[in-house]
Design a protein around this ligand. Structure first.
Ligand SMILES: *[C@@H]1O[C@H](CO)[C@@H](O)[C@H](O)[C@H]1NC(C)=O
Ligand SMILES: *[C@@H]1O[C@H](CO)[C@@H](O)[C@H](O)[C@H]1NC(C)=O
Length: 235
């Protein structure tokens, strides 16, 4: 009964708010990418030139860092279902990274934005699947890329899906036929954690390059991170 009622209220809300706003007409914004016009990543491939000394990471309250180029749109929390993207780049330097970000803005303090970032990150001499979840402070997990790679530059398809009050992060493998769980984030859509539920979630793609290249004249080298197959499922 409750389940049915919940679905019904979602459908009602969805039809009233989003009937005239399909995913293809959402507004997109660039954060930290001056001079670049935002375009929707839906239905096209996008390559982002990511400068060094950038990150999305909060290891201490006083060290909130949200300096990476981030192309995002804003979705009402009630309507978010899932987001997926395929990411690749010539990863070669410690912490080179790119993938999805979900950010839950905090109206009272921009430094307290909660976020999930998930994608590929270069660590221990190889690209891996990395997930950072930041409620108060950031924590980070890594999983190996186990799927056979078809290109020299590691590629992965990352999915973040809502399941009740949780967000689950998956890597999608076997041409979309299987998914492997990387992370369960219990605070994502939970109103019961003392911080209250954000009304909106910012959803999009990012690349970051915390480490400068070594070698004379290479400190400002960028990494080109490419995204394809972006899919945003809102109800
Ligand atoms: C963000 O992190 C990068 C990489 O560690 C660093 O170079 C940069 O100075 C930091 N920026 C801020 C504003 O903390
Ligand atoms: C946010 O954090 C930065 C350091 O990353 C600091 O310089 C700034 O003062 C903080 N702003 C607020 C409102 O706390």
């Amino acid at each position: 009964m409750l389940f049915t009622a919940t679905i019904a209220s979602w459908l009602l809300a969805a039809s009233s708010v989003y009937a005239s706003t399909p995913a293809t007409s959402l507004k997109w914004h660039w954060l930290n990418n001056p001079g670049v016009q935002p375009v929707s990543p839906i239905g096209r491939s996008i390559t982002v030139q990511v400068p060094p000394d950038t990150d999305i990471w909060r290891p201490a309250i006083s060290k909130h860092n949200f300096t990476a180029p981030y192309l995002y749109t804003t979705v009402a929390i009630a309507h978010f279902q899932s987001v997926q993207v395929t990411v690749t780049a010539p990863w070669k330097t410690l912490y080179d990274q790119g993938g999805l970000v979900l950010a839950f803005p905090n109206r009272h303090n921009p430094n307290a934005t909660r976020f999930i970032k998930a994608g590929i990150e270069f660590n221990d001499g190889a690209p891996a699947l990395g997930v950072v979840a930041t409620d108060i402070l950031s924590d980070w997990s890594l999983s190996p890329i186990t799927e056979k790679q078809t290109t020299a530059d590691a590629k992965a398809t990352i999915l973040v899906e809502r399941d009740g009050t949780d967000a689950w992060v998956y890597v999608v493998e076997n041409g979309g036929q299987t998914r492997r769980a990387l992370r369960q984030v219990t605070w994502a859509f939970n109103q019961d954690d003392g911080q209250g539920l954000a009304r909106e979630v910012e959803v999009g793609i990012y690349g970051a390059k915390p480490t400068e290249e070594s070698g004379e004249g290479h400190a400002r080298d960028k990494i080109a991170v490419t995204f394809s197959g972006f899919a945003l499922n809102i109800v």
